[in-house]
Design a protein around this ligand. Structure first.
Ligand SMILES: Nc1ncnc2c1ncn2[C@@H]1O[C@H](COP(=O)(O)OP(=O)(O)O)[C@@H](O)[C@H]1O
Ligand SMILES: [Mg+2]
Length: 255
């Protein structure tokens, strides 16, 4: 289904006090696409992801998901509409097991109904829970983490926590997955595993990710967008952007 617009950001501006972290930025991600954001520290990459997922208010611009304007919608509403995200430092509950953490991620929040209605729904809810559990176990299998299903998250490595966080995000079946620095803190072996996982899931979800690891970016991204000082300074296939003189200059701070 490549070619269908899944994310459209137009004229996005986010200011902190007097400083513009992102200025008049426009960006699109199509279905089936993997887009990588690169750029020096402070370029506005995390701010852009936070604005898209609804964690930050915009000063100007619009965010649309699959043609629907979500500007001003809260994060949980955007999640329902298909935006999933992983965090640079996985936000998991150390006291719960890997499987429990993933199930919590797949729970889309309370609905307001009466007690009787809930009681009548009980068999259906039990059925849903079994279904969710099966989905979570299948995801763990795909990520080769099955052996950790019943281990407490507090006991697993940083790299594995990031994979569990990815599984948690995938439980909501997003159309667009936002990943902030998924390779940060991972070993080369873990990065290779992440590349494998991304190639596996790319048929079902478009991805907008932030990464500094150039080999990883070249391996997974269809398109690279380079930000500097809150603006897009280059865009195109990985090899082209990575050798662009403006991009190289931005990294050594002369742009
Ligand atoms: N919560 C905040 N309050 C004030 N300034 C912020 C905040 N978050 C980010 N900034 C500033 O916005 C700019 C962009 O930051 P950020 O989006 O984190 O960059 P990146 O992820 O590309 O390193 C930086 O100048 C940063 O100092
Ligand atoms: Mg950042």
């Amino acid at each position: 289904m490549t070619g269908k617009l899944v994310l459209s950001v137009t004229g996005l501006t986010v200011r902190f006090g007097g400083v513009s972290a992102v200025s008049d930025l426009s960006l699109r991600v199509d279905d089936g696409e993997i887009v990588s954001l690169i750029g020096p520290n402070g370029a506005g990459k995390t701010t852009l992801l936070n604005a898209v997922s609804g964690f930050l208010a915009l000063n100007a611009g619009t965010v649309a998901v699959a043609g629907r304007n979500v500007t001003g919608e809260p994060p949980h509403q955007r999640m329902r509409l298909g935006i999933g995200r992983t965090f640079q430092h996985a936000r998991l509950l150390d006291e719960l097991t890997v499987l429990e953490n993933i199930l919590v991620g797949g729970y889309s929040g309370p609905r307001r109904t009466s007690f009787v209605a809930e009681w009548l729904r009980l068999p259906w809810m039990m059925h849903r829970l079994c279904q969710k559990r099966a989905e979570a176990l299948a995801l763990l299998d795909a990520l080769k983490l099955s052996s950790l299903a019943n281990v407490k998250v507090g006991e697993i490595s940083f790299g594995r926590k990031k994979l569990v966080d990815l599984a948690r995000a995938l439980m909501t079946k997003p159309r667009l997955l936002l990943m902030d620095e998924p390779t940060a803190g991972l070993s080369e072996a873990e990065i290779e595993r992440l590349v494998g996982v991304i190639k596996q899931i790319r048929a079902t979800v478009a991805i907008l990710l932030v990464a500094h690891h150039m080999k990883f970016v070249a391996n997974v991204a269809d398109r690279v967008v380079c930000l500097a000082a809150g603006r897009v300074i280059a865009e195109g296939p990985p090899q082209e952007v990575q050798t662009n003189p403006r991009v190289l200059a931005a990294y050594i701070g002369t742009a």
